[in-house]
Design a protein around this ligand. Structure first.
Ligand SMILES: C[S@@+](CC[C@H](N)C(=O)[O-])C[C@H]1O[C@@H](n2cnc3c(N)ncnc32)[C@H](O)[C@@H]1O
Length: 319
């Protein structure tokens, strides 16, 4: 077994299990794990709910190899697919599945992606500037830092990395690449650190975290994929089906929150409202405001610290 598979602890597993239990306990229940990763949550859910059939999706072919190994004990109950989660409709059509009882998403990168230096996700080690979740994709982090102009770089760092000093860092990157293109993370790290004022460098955690987050989100079009996926993952739920999503930063959390709210409190233009009345909600929120892990879990697993669980049940049909 891959060492990451051993080290990885599924985040908020008890809460995810509890919120999906009413649908997964039913005979013949079908669950989509749209971010299979190393299969941590899926293994646990398949063991807890012996009736469940799992459709596992991940865009990372290496994650799928490890997950396939871990899930082999469940045989025919599992089917695995290399795809982005915004391709879920196509996958279900291919499987001739009309609707599913549960959808689970655990957003972001896996511990395996962070642990393998050659993937270039971890800022703590010198590595090629890659960060592609699917190595067959074209855009790499190196391409971004070596070709985007100052404005485009600054936007990524500000919007996706929530970096205060985005313009200063972008200007420094463009200046330095004039000497030689960036190939590895250590030189980029030096340039980013130098671009941040000394006083700010001492506060606010590792300054590289924000730049790396911004690059990773751009490389993988993470927010675009999530925006395209949310309407689909809600539409594929059967009546009384449930969705549970774990987010790790405010940008992805906002997209999930807004998509769930649209179904829980649909709004229509005032003129339509006057004539037809208020539209019926077709989702029921199961975690108002989002649930967070308990202090014990955060202490045992630092990755859980920023997690937020949002869940909903389908109670009707969208107008
Ligand atoms: C946090 S990990 C999931 C960990 C998993 N729950 C476990 O317990 O092992 C997130 C996974 O989602 C995958 N992923 C991220 N964005 C994706 C997308 N748009 N479509 C499909 N998979 C995606 C990543 O490749 C990664 O393997």
């Amino acid at each position: 077994m891959h060492p990451s598979a051993v080290a990885h602890v599924p985040v908020m597993l008890a809460e995810v299990t509890e919120v999906l239990a009413p649908v997964l306990a039913q005979p013949g229940a079908v669950l989509v794990d749209a971010t299979l990763g190393l299969g941590g949550h899926s293994v646990a859910l398949l063991k807890t709910f012996p009736n469940v059939r799992l459709i596992g999706i991940d865009r990372d072919p290496k994650a799928l190899v490890i997950a396939a190994d871990r899930l082999s004990e469940f045989g025919e109950r599992v089917s695995l697919h290399q795809a982005r989660y915004d391709q879920i409709n196509d996958i279900l059509v291919g499987l001739q599945v009309d609707c599913v009882d549960g959808v689970f998403m655990d957003l972001g990168v896996s511990s395996m992606q962070l642990d393998l230096p050659d993937r270039g996700f971890a800022y703590s080690q010198d590595a090629p500037l890659d960060m592609r979740m699917n190595p067959a994709d074209v855009l790499t982090a190196a391409e971004i830092v070596n070709t985007y102009d100052v404005q485009a770089l600054a936007r990524i760092l500000r919007e996706y990395g929530e970096e205060r000093f985005a313009t200063r860092i972008a200007q420094a990157i463009v200046r330095e690449r004039g000497q030689a293109p960036f190939t590895t993370s250590s030189r980029l790290s030096d340039v980013v650190k130098q671009a941040i004022p000394a006083a700010a460098r001492r506060t606010g955690g590792n300054p590289l975290k924000r730049t790396f987050q911004g690059l990773r989100i751009e490389v993988n079009d993470e927010l675009g994929s999530l925006r395209r996926a949310m309407p689909q993952v809600l539409q594929v739920l059967c009546l009384r089906g449930r969705i549970a999503v774990l987010t790790y930063h405010s940008l992805e959390d906002r997209i999930v929150k807004q998509a769930l709210r649209l179904g829980a409190a649909p709004s229509v233009p005032a003129e339509v409202h006057r004539v037809l009345g208020a539209p019926e909600p077709w989702l029921r929120l199961l975690t108002r405001g989002g649930a967070t892990p308990g202090p014990g879990e955060v202490q045992a697993n630092p990755r859980a610290a920023s997690a937020r669980l949002r869940a909903a049940e389908r109670i009707g049909w969208a107008a």
